[in-house]
Design a protein around this ligand. Structure first.
Ligand SMILES: NC(=O)c1ccc[n+]([C@@H]2O[C@H](COP(=O)([O-])OP(=O)(O)OC[C@H]3O[C@@H](n4cnc5c(N)ncnc54)[C@H](OP(=O)(O)O)[C@@H]3O)[C@@H](O)[C@H]2O)c1
Length: 290
């Protein structure tokens, strides 16, 4: 069994971006600039945005963090997005989800200019992705592809089972794994909360992507020998032994599943780090494409 190490791969991606950014700056090009909007003070969202901003600094990008109260109206958030759309210095816009319930996430995502849609959630980006056209690929699925590529994992003709069909993870990774490319060319089964015989389906999988948000859901009896397991789940679970008071748990029962796998991602230290690396890659490309 080999660990798919998000620390190693994300660092390699960040090092490459840093070199390209320095070269671009030396050639007189502009510094990539990511603007993040954080609405409210959700603990997990605060942590995610803080690591995204920190990663921008690491690779030499400029970043801006716009903090808005969770009582903000939809109209006020729309104004903030429009200002960033119009700001020539801003290359990428990120709206940290979830948003408060008075605001339509779909509407907000649809208002980000597609050229600055570095999270890849805009319907135009998703449509292009489905058609195999160049575009911003959603950061978490893109991070998974970079991870599979780094470890040269054979995907052609393999049966991939994706558990979860969200717009940000399950649905896009299922499309990407089925495209005629590398990584891709898998036969993909998408599972969700209404799937019957999930265990039997998982047992047929060469590759499993678990993205449902239930800690430890994928157990050893659901995984065949030598499967590749990608754990996307991130759930905060109360843990009094930790200084923070919680531990981060994935969707896979890692201790018992790992011995059966050929490759597996840990949580933390797996897909989460790759998501940030992929976001930086999208931001660099957004700047280059200007
Ligand atoms: N590593 C990262 O960077 C990263 C990025 C994004 C998300 N995440 C994590 O990934 C997990 C999933 O996130 P998400 O945004 O995709 O979640 P989501 O929008 O809540 O979607 C969860 C999906 O799982 C399915 N599901 C729920 N219970 C199930 C069950 N018992 N059996 C089979 N399928 C089931 C749901 O089915 P229905 O469609 O039928 O409801 C849904 O499609 C969360 O833990 C999240 O924190 C991590």
């Amino acid at each position: 069994m080999q660990i798919l190490d998000g620390k190693i791969v994300s660092q390699a991606v960040k090092d490459a971006i840093k070199i390209k950014t320095e070269a671009a700056k030396s050639a007189g090009k502009k510094t990539p600039h990511l603007a993040a909007i954080l609405v409210g003070s959700n603990g997990a969202s605060e942590t995610y945005v803080a690591s995204k901003v920190k990663s921008c600094e690491e690779v030499g990008f400029k970043s801006s963090l716009i903090r808005l109260a969770d009582t903000i109206t939809e109209a006020e958030l729309i104004t903030a997005i429009e200002e960033l759309n119009a700001d020539l210095d801003v290359d990428g816009i990120l709206v940290q989800l979830p948003l408060p319930k008075q605001i339509s996430e779909a509407k907000i995502i649809g208002l980000i200019h597609p050229d600055k849609d570095v999270d890849g959630f805009h319907p135009m980006s998703i449509g292009k992705m489905v058609q195999g056209l160049p575009t911003f690929i959603p950061a978490t699925p893109y991070g998974i592809l970079l991870m599979l590529e780094h470890y040269k994992i054979d995907t052609k003709g393999k049966h991939a089972v994706v558990i979860g069909r969200s717009n940000i993870v399950g649905r896009p990774i299922s499309i990407l794994l089925s495209r005629n490319a590398y990584p891709g060319n898998c036969t993909v089964t998408v599972c969700h909360s209404h799937t019957h015989n999930l265990k039997e389906i998982c047992l047929q999988a060469d590759i499993i992507v678990a993205a449902l948000g239930i800690p430890g859901f994928l157990t050893a009896d659901m995984v065949k020998e030598n499967a590749v397991v990608v754990d996307v789940g991130i759930t905060r679970v109360k843990d009094d032994t930790k200084k923070s008071g919680f531990a981060i748990k994935g969707d896979v029962d890692f201790a018992n599943v790992a011995p059966k796998c050929s490759y597996i991602t840990p949580v933390p230290g797996g897909v989460g780090l790759m998501t940030i690396a992929a976001l930086l890659m999208n931001t660099f490309n957004a700047c280059e494409q200007k």
